[in-house]
Write a protein that binds this ligand. Structure first.
Ligand code: GTP
Ligand code: MG
Length: 566
């Protein structure tokens, strides 16, 4: 029997936990969001790439079935069990709770092939007869009859993608007795869970299987917050699609005939993405709102996968985003305070309008994450919590050696159990949050750059308002997009937050985090911010990649603005 606490009540069904409208408080069950990276109550470290491979394999063993309601699970189980061996079933619904889905994970990938081979299309002349693991479970017709109830059928999770409302979150936080407890609570209630991760890998699998006929070794790697441990329940899915062929084999006398690539790599990439965009738009079930942003330094396709309710950003060029995610994942695994702390910093930045979903001249979640990690490498008053990037490079094993096709050296230690790093810092989350604000309210942004490679601030190589050295490509600034105005606001807000946290200690009206989430400057800024972001709606993550100019020499932002004007 697994018991989970759900705010005020315990819910138990068939010896399995079921949760509705909230996310369990204690991750002692299979609902643990890092289930594939860490087993419950087991602190065994699983390297990033192993976690990715485990999740990919899990997605290959899964189908996603639209059903009438969660109650359909028993019948679906009975039906699927006549074809293969079902391992787990997990239910979720869309935001309006109109559409219901069950992820069916089989014990064996071959069972998925069997299921797909016996599934059918209806009205073939009216639909594009695509075969994919996205299915719907139709009502039984008279010929087939209703299936018997199966006593072994179990639904592991119900409503697995429900996101806690702001109101419920604030109520939960107001019941905590310390800021540290609030930070931990915020993390547990908002982090991406197991169902969210499964759906992201199933969405990636859909793209992969689309092109696998032509490119059997194709791989769609999720990266960014979906996999680096800093993702919220509703985070977007960043994907890089690699068409990878067979490595050249000198002993083979048979060589594939292939078309010669035309034009520059960039040109070819843009053309491929154009075609892929059409494919997604025309053929892929559930995919809509395809937008091609091909002039950016990293061309991307944006689309919405309606069946999994995930916003996707797909690129086809560099793997560096995946290796960057590996680095961030490692940092989160080294110390269990890192993720809760970064969650609260990201939440605070959103609440005080420092960040926004559409990229622009403001600080991004990614830059904010690097600021927090840099702080943890050298807190103000205590020994470091995290090692520097150079320490990871120094300890790298031969198997950690990776260089991307565009020449970026991504070699660093992947197995943190091999890291000899003294953990002497036992500060509470509350102290660390306060120190973070204090650290950046005193930081010399005018002359110094933030660098995670070594434990010292370095002089700014050029005059961007905020300079954060890209740990993988030291010549690049990941926060080049940030304007002087936005940096000024960041400085004001960190000072403000430090002051609010400190002054609450002596005040009667303790609100903890809620106090720093609602400061008096918010309302004033909100209107201006909403107006300024409206014009940047077309921009996307690729614009943030060091803000380089495109081939014609104009910046992406100008280019996009022209497109909007047009
Ligand atoms: P959210 O989507 O806001 O939850 O966070 P995220 O970390 O996924 O950020 P985002 O979707 O904006 O970017 C996805 C990933 O792309 C990041 O985690 C980085 O690995 C990479 N990335 C984003 N911005 C930059 C940048 O300016 N430079 C580089 N080198 N990589 C970036
Ligand atoms: Mg993202």
């Amino acid at each position: 029997v697994i018991l989970c606490r759900f705010g005020t009540s315990f819910i138990k069904l068939n010896n399995r936990t079921i949760y509705k409208n909230t996310i369990p408080k204690i991750n002692g069950s299979k609902l643990c969001s890092t289930q594939v990276s860490r087993q419950a109550n087991d602190n065994t470290f699983v390297p990033f790439m192993t976690m990715i491979q485990n999740r990919r394999a899990q997605a290959s063993r899964s189908i996603l079935v639209q059903v009438q309601s969660a109650k359909s699970y028993n019948e679906l189980y009975s039906y699927c069990s006549t074809i293969g061996e079902v391992k787990d079933m997990l239910h979720y619904s869309d935001n309006s709770e109109q559409m219901h889905f069950i992820i069916v994970e089989f014990k064996n990938e071959l069972d998925v092939n069997k299921i797909l081979s016996v599934s059918s299309h209806i009205q073939e002349n009216q639909t594009v007869p695509v075969q994919s693991p996205f299915l719907w479970f139709r009502a039984p017709n008279n010929k087939l009859g209703k299936l018997k109830q199966n006593k072994t059928a179990k639904l592991l999770v119900e409503n697995g993608t429900s996101v806690i409302s702001e109101e419920n979150l604030k109520t939960a936080l107001s019941h905590c007795t310390s800021v540290s407890a609030q930070i931990q609570e915020l993390y547990m209630l908002t982090k991406l869970n197991d169902v969210g991760q499964r759906l992201r890998f199933i969405t990636a699998k859909q793209i992969e299987s689309t092109v696998s006929g032509l490119f059997p070794n194709v791989c769609a790697y999720p990266f960014g917050s979906s996999v680096n441990g800093f993702g919220k329940m509703d985070c977007d899915l960043d994907l890089v699609l690699k068409l990878t062929g067979h490595k050249e084999n000198e002993n083979s006398r048979l060589i594939y005939h292939c078309k010669a690539g035309s034009g520059s790599d960039r040109n070819m990439n843009q053309k491929n993405m154009e075609v892929l965009g059409d494919f997604i738009h025309l053929f892929l079930p559930g995919c809509s709102h395809v937008r091609r942003i091909l002039q950016a330094r990293i061309p991307i396709l944006k689309y919405h996968q309606q069946l999994t309710n995930i916003e996707c950003d797909l690129s086809m060029t560099t793997m560096s985003g995946v290796y960057m995610s590996d680095f961030l994942y490692l940092m989160g695994e080294i110390d269990n305070r890192v993720r809760p702390l970064i969650f609260v910093i990201r939440k605070w930045a959103k609440e005080v309008f420092l960040t926004n979903n559409s990229p622009g001249k403001w600080i991004s979640n990614f830059s904010l994450t690097l600021l927090a990690l840099a702080f943890l490498q050298r807190p103000l008053h205590s020994p470091p919590i995290l090692p520097t990037f150079n320490t990871l490079v120094k300890h790298a094993a031969p198997s950690d050696h990776f260089i991307t096709e565009d020449g970026i050296n991504c070699t660093f230690l992947r197995d943190i159990t091999k890291l000899k790093f003294k953990k002497e810092n036992d500060k509470s989350l509350e102290s660390l949050l306060f120190e973070f604000f204090e650290f950046y309210s005193q930081f010399d942004f005018e002359n110094k750059a933030i660098c995670l490679n070594e434990a010292a601030s370095i002089s700014k190589p050029e005059h961007s308002a905020l300079y954060i050295v890209n740990p993988l490509e030291r010549g690049l600034n990941v926060s080049k997009n940030v304007s002087y105005d936005e940096l000024e606001r960041f400085k004001i807000e960190v000072r403000n937050a430090a002051w609010l946290l400190e002054s609450q200690e002596s005040s009667q009206t303790y609100k903890g985090l809620l106090g720093i989430f609602q400061n008096k400057y918010n309302a004033k800024y909100k209107l201006n911010f909403a107006a300024s972001t409206k014009h940047n709606r077309l921009m996307d993550v690729s614009d943030l990649f060091e803000g380089e100019n495109n081939e014609s020499g104009e910046s992406h932002i100008n280019f996009k603005n022209k497109q909007i004007e047009k």
